[in-house]
Structure formats: structure tokens, C-alpha cells
Design a protein around this ligand. Structure first.
Ligand SMILES: *Cc1c(COP(=O)(O)O)cnc(C)c1O
Length: 419
């Protein structure tokens, strides 16, 4: 594999060296107001390593043309590279076949595709869709739009005060009208890892298909869609060290084949007359128009990069980071950590007594520290904890313990200002 630095390949078997990793990410060398950048907003979007940037430049400078439509060299090359990228994503999540991987513009687009392509066809008036309190707005609003249109009903799994789903209540929501479950693998606001395998098994025993929103899980752990047995799984490239404008929807082939297309246009058809159009086979049925080819190829390079670092090495290292960060922040008086699930990824949501999250974010920025403040597109979560907003530090495998220390001393400095 040319794309990946040879030294990275051995990482999984040697000690994880964060400085070595950081050297791959040009943006991490930035200074903000003379202070070294500590980028702790990875749950919103992650940064891109040089091999991914290089891959996209190589595509754009030597391989670009439109795909699927011509016999000339560049078009054939672009088509081949685009399909190779699909295969890389298939391998990354252990899907059964390449055609089960549909390129979308991201997680939001993928969920809308399922709400339209599956929902409109198979969910009707009076039918019930189960969602959870932990969902990102992306996995709420498309289902509400469907429900408003066709009279379906949304049922919501509640959470407890640690930010874990109440699984007994989930089970009690099922009845004869239950037609669909949408659940996030990991909460973007709190970091909670949901017991999705168990939830999928329960739904399948009642013939109910399950969509898993993996936007916050795929960057942090090994995903195996066959082991999970989920019907749909989706995530975005830009949260996985890849570019914006690209994501995937994984779907079981048999389900995808029964679904109707979401968008109409070029490439998704087999034949068109003004009387009748017949659709192309999957995955093309769901990829109308010219896709973001460069982004798809960059996405393939990103999962190559992550696989070379090794997803379980990433999970282990990030676990150490969040354990350390949690221990350190607990020592600061006046801090309330929001979300203390037993299983969580490296997300630290908190509030500080008497100081508004917005002020925390602004003042941390002056220290070069990038965190997110707000409702994190998860207002139902905020409502449960009775806070309008939190400050959220979200970590990636390229973050260091030094950056955790910078966050902690940044918070202490702000507290002194507000004394
Ligand atoms: C970011 C995020 C989304 C939306 O992803 P886009 O890339 O903005 O489409 C959906 N769900 C979760 C859990 C997220 O974190």
C-alpha cells in the first residue's frame, strides 16, 4: 500500500506513539494567537492526515473524469478508483458485498435515504417507529417528517441520569404496530456507547429492522456489520479523518433491493422513457447524478489510514485519554460532568458552576483550545439533564495527554477570572 507510511503499519504491534501520529496531521501544527492548537472538537469533525490529502491531490491531478459514462482512460481510471474505495469501506465494516455500501453525502443524507426509500414504502399510518433520547437531530427529524406525512407515530426510549438507555423500557415499547428502530451507536453529546447488538437482537425477534447511526462510533472502534446483524449502518467521512461531502449507508442487500430510490436522475436508471423508468441495480439505484468522486476516494484513503493505525489500538489509546481527562476534571471544584455511562467513548461533556458554556468556549479559544459549546444537535439530551447547553471536549487518537492538561489548566484559569 503506497498510501500509508511504512512506519505506520507496524504501529499496532508496537507502542502507540502519539507524536508520530501527530506528525501526519499538518493542521495540528497551527498556533492560535501564538498558542499551540489543542483540537478537541473531533465529534463535530476530525482532521485529515497527509496521506489522505495526498491521495485526493493525486486523484485530482492525474485521475479525474466523470465515472461510469465513458470508455476513455481517465473515466475508466476514476470509475475503478471510486469502486475500489467502495470495496475499502466494505472491508472496513465487514459488509458481505460491495453493493451493500452506498455512497451518500453523509450520515444525514443516509438517514433521509432510509426514511424515504424504506419508510415511505413500508411504514404507514398508525405504525410505530422507535427512536431514543440520545439521537442526534439527524436521526429524529427525517422520521418526524415521515410521520407527519403518513401518520406514523414516534416512540422514544428514555435515559437515566448517567446517560444510559433504559433497556427495559425499550423492550416495553414494542407492539404489533412497531415497524422500525433507529438508534445511535454512540451518543454525540455524552459519548454513551449503546448496547446495540442486544437491541438489534430483540427487534429482530419481532421482525423489526434496525438502523444504526454510527457517526460517532465508526471513528473510535472496529465496526462489524455482520456481527451486529444491523439492517442499516451509516457514518460520515469527515468524522473519520476523511473529507466532507461523503459518507456511507450500509444496508443488507435484500432490503436495499426492496426499497424505492430516494433521488431520481442519471446513473440510477436502467432505462428511461416518458412512460416508464426502470431503475438500476444496487448500489447505483441510490447514487443519482455525479457523486463526489474525489471525496469518495479520499474516504477510502482515510479508512486505509485508520486501519493501518489499527482501530483497536485507537480504542485502547482513546480509553486511556478519557480516563485521564475524567480523573483530572473531577478534581476541579464546581464542575459537573454530564454523562457518566459505564461504556463511553472519549467525549467529555460538562458544565462549570456560574459560568455559561459560551464563555468557557470563548475563553478556551484564547488558550488555543477548540471545544464545542451548545446543544450539540441533541436537544432531547439537554432537556433530560435540564441544561440548555454544555461544553464538550471530544478526543481523537491524535490528541495527547498534554492537550488534556491544557484543557484542565484552561478551565482553572477561567474559573479564576469569574471568582
Ligand atoms: C455528526 C452526526 C450526525 C450527522 O452527520 P453529518 O455528517 O452532519 O451528516 C448524525 N448523527 C450523529 C450521532 C452525529 O454525531
Amino acid at each position: 500500500m503506497k498510501l500509508v507510511e511504512p512506519s505506520l503499519k507496524s504501529l499496532s504491534t508496537s507502542m502507540f506513539n502519539v507524536e508520530h501520529i501527530r506528525a501526519d496531521f499538518p493542521i495540528l501544527k497551527l498556533k492560535i494567537d501564538g498558542k499551540p492548537l489543542a483540537y478537541l472538537d473531533n465529534a463535530a469533525s476530525s482532521q485529515m492526515p497527509q496521506p489522505v490529502i495526498d491521495r485526493m491531490v493525486r486523484y485530482q491531478t492525474t485521475q479525474h473524469a466523470n465515472i461510469n459514462r465513458a470508455v476513455h482512460y481517465l473515466s475508466e481510471t476514476a470509475t475503478l478508483e471510486y469502486e475500489k474505495s467502495r470495496h475499502k469501506l466494505k472491508r472496513f465494516i465487514n459488509a458481505n458485498e460491495d453493493r451493500e455500501v452506498i455512497f451518500t453525502s453523509g450520515t444525514t443524507d443516509a438517514i433521509n435515504l432510509v426514511a424515504h426509500g424504506y419508510g415511505r414504502k413500508f411504514i404507514g399510518s398508525g405504525d410505530e417507529i422507535i427512536l431514543t433520547t440520545l439521537e442526534h437531530h439527524s436521526n429524529i427529524v427525517p422520521w418526524q417528517m415521515l410521520a407527519e406525512e403518513n401518520g406514523a407515530k414516534i416512540c422514544v426510549v428514555p435515559i437515566d441520569d448517567t446517560g444510559e438507555l433504559l433497556i427495559d423500557e425499550y423492550k416495553q415499547l414494542f407492539n404489533k404496530r412497531t415497524k422500525f428502530v433507529g438508534v445511535t451507536h454512540v451518543s454525540n453529546a455524552l459519548g454513551t456507547i449503546n448496547p446495540i447488538k442486544q437491541m438489534i437482537e430483540f427487534a429482530h425477534a419481532r421482525d423489526v429492522p434496525v438502523l444504526v447511526d454510527g457517526a460517532q462510533a465508526a471513528p473510535h472502534m472496529k465496526i462489524d456489520v455482520q456481527d451486529l446483524d444491523c439492517d442499516f449502518y451509516t457514518f460520515s467521512g469527515h468524522k473519520l479523518c476523511g473529507p466532507t461531502g461523503i459518507g456511507i449507508l450500509y444496508g443488507k442487500a435484500a432490503l436495499l433491493e426492496r426499497m424505492q430510490p430516494f433521488k431520481g436522475g442519471g446513473d440510477m436508471i436502467a432505462s428511461v422513457t416518458f412512460e416508464k423508468t426502470t431503475y438500476n441495480t444496487i448500489p447505483h439505484k441510490f447514487e443519482a447524478g455525479t457523486p463526489p468522486i474525489a471525496a469518495a476516494i479520499g474516504f477510502g484513503a482515510a479508512v486505509d489510514y485508520l486501519s493501518a493505525v489499527n482501530m483497536s489500538t485507537i480504542a485502547t489509546y482513546e480509553h486511556d485519554l478519557i480516563t485521564y481527562a475524567t480523573e483530572q476534571i473531577r478534581r476541579i471544584p464546581g464542575i459537573r460532568i454530564i454523562g457518566a455511562a459505564a461504556e463511553k467513548v472519549a467525549v467529555l461533556s460538562f458544565s462549570v458552576d456560574r459560568i455559561h458554556p459560551h464563555d468557557i468556549g470563548t475563553l478556551l479559544n484564547q488558550e488555543g483550545i477548540a471545544v464545542r459549546t451548545g446543544h450539540h444537535c441533541a436537544q432531547p439530551v439537554m432537556r433530560h439533564f435540564k441544561v440548555p447547553a454544555t461544553t464538550r471536549a471530544s478526543f481523537a487518537f491524535y490528541n495527547s495527554m498534554i492537550e488534556v492538561d491544557a484543557l484542565i489548566s484552561g478551565i482553572q484559569k477561567i474559573q479564576k477570572i469569574f471568582l
